[in-house]
Design a protein around this ligand. Sequence first.
Ligand code: SF4
Length: 67
Amino acid sequence: MTAWMKINGKTVFSGGKSAFDAAAREAENCLFFSEDCEDELVCDDAVSCYNCRYRRWTADSFECMKR
Ligand code: SF4
């Protein structure tokens, strides 16, 4: 299963907001991961898309601005 889907030209994480293992795996394999500011960190994984400054939250998930 791919972790990403295209919606209206945006690349959206298909795991939603609580797929912590998948979000960590994607970030570990991403050259662009950059930790967001402390106020924006949402999970305990040091490296996770959920904590990346290039994610933009949507109603159900997030969009990656680098993919
Ligand atoms: S949100 Fe995008 S840029 Fe950030 S780690 Fe995940 S895939 Fe990479």
